[in-house]
Design a protein around this ligand. Structure first.
Ligand SMILES: Nc1ncnc2c1ncn2[C@@H]1O[C@H](COP(=O)(O)OP(=O)(O)OP(=O)(O)O)[C@@H](O)[C@H]1O
Ligand SMILES: [Mg+2]
Length: 326
């Protein structure tokens, strides 16, 4: 059984208009998202700005109301607040927010910020609490004198590490990390990612790792879903996504990863131009009349792609002919 199962999750925001301020349409921020996260794994959710990643995260953790769908944890649907309370879900699932400055209370000292989840869920003595906070600071590589400082007195990278320390304080089973390193420069990114991996090894935590950057996700995630306009357009193992991408949107995201190897730069540039040409010519056929991606078609045991209907039919035919049972 997976640690958590997200099934056909939808979050639609009403758009109101006209004289009566009636609902005239919906923004389909998340429109039928399905994936599972296994115990101890890092699952990647990738897409451009506005594709619905943060809304998916907030709906999973219960900060945003889902329009429909289920999130199953320990056999119960935790979309319902009552189940979240009964299963101690708010303890077991923590979040690292996209924007570290606005997610840390500017008027609180770091000691109180990191101790907050401990105070909510574990009732430690003052001394035991301080010890735990100091241990957490040590794990994320910050000095003990950080205890008495305020969020604005840290750099972006240090603040993000404080966010990591707070998220792991109560030893959760899943951390939803929403663009945890996007605001940081490359060297600091590597530091924070290494901390996250180290903590995962030590505590056996699972991550839902959200990013717009396929370059970062590659080093973190075993399984990846690519999101576009509220839907998943492709999902599979790291190998499926990086070595055998099939959806034009995934190919375009991959081509956009900067090439660091100077000798391959020209080749990479040519490839990017080629993909961009194919995208301009063909991307229409990958979307339906409402400009949304098609349902996913399974192309292997691990790999699913939102193929256009004619290609999906061909695939199913091929699978039938080969007698494949996927
Ligand atoms: N409260 C809201 N009301 C109406 N529309 C919203 C609301 N929150 C988000 N949206 C819309 O939902 C879509 C998805 O937003 P979301 O923040 O989930 O994207 P994202 O993938 O996290 O983007 P980014 O990479 O920029 O963080 C966007 O089009 C956004 O404008
Ligand atoms: Mg976001």
């Amino acid at each position: 059984m997976s640690l958590i199962e997200i099934n056909n999750l939808k979050v639609h925001y009403p758009i109101r208009g006209g004289f009566w301020n009636r609902i005239v349409d919906n923004v389909k921020a998340v429109d039928g998202v399905t994936f599972n996260i296994e115990e101890g794994e890092t699952y990647g959710l990738v897409g451009e700005s506005g594709s619905g990643k943060s809304t998916t995260a907030k709906a999973i953790i219960g900060l945003e109301k889902a329009t429909s769908g289920t999130v199953t944890y320990k056999g119960k649907n935790v979309i319902e607040a009552e189940n979240r309370r009964r299963l101690n879900y708010n303890h077991d699932v923590q979040m690292i927010f996209q924007d570290s400055l606005s997610s840390l209370n500017p008027r609180k000292r770091i000691e109180d910020i990191i101790a907050e989840p401990l105070r909510n869920f574990e009732h430690l003595s003052k001394d035991a609490e301080k010890l735990r906070v100091l241990q957490l600071l040590d794990i994320v590589g910050l000095d003990p004198d950080a205890l008495y400082k305020y969020p604005h007195q840290f750099s972006g990278g240090q603040r993000q590490r404080i966010g990591v320390a707070r998220a792991v304080a109560t030893h959760p089973r899943l951390i939803i990390a929403d663009e945890p390193v996007s605001a940081l420069d490359l060297s600091v990114q590597a530091q924070v990612l290494n901390f996250m991996k180290k903590i995962q090894r030590e505590f056996g935590i699972s991550y839902l790792f959200i990013s717009h950057d396929l370059g970062v996700v590659r080093h973190m995630c075993k399984n990846i879903a690519i999101m576009n306009r509220g839907r998943i357009v492709e999902m599979g193992s790291r190998e499926d996504i990086y070595s055998h991408p099939m959806h034009i949107y995934t190919k375009r995201l991959l081509a956009a990863i900067p090439e660091t190897n100077v000798t391959h730069r020209e080749e990479h540039r040519q490839n990017r131009l080629k993909i961009e040409r194919v995208y301009q010519e063909q991307h229409q056929k990958y979307y339906d009349k409402e400009n949304m991606a098609f349902p996913l078609t399974k192309v292997s045991l691990t790999h699913s792609v939102a193929l256009p209907p004619d290609e999906a039919r061909q695939y199913r035919q091929k699978m039938n002919d080969e007698g494949a049972t996927i």
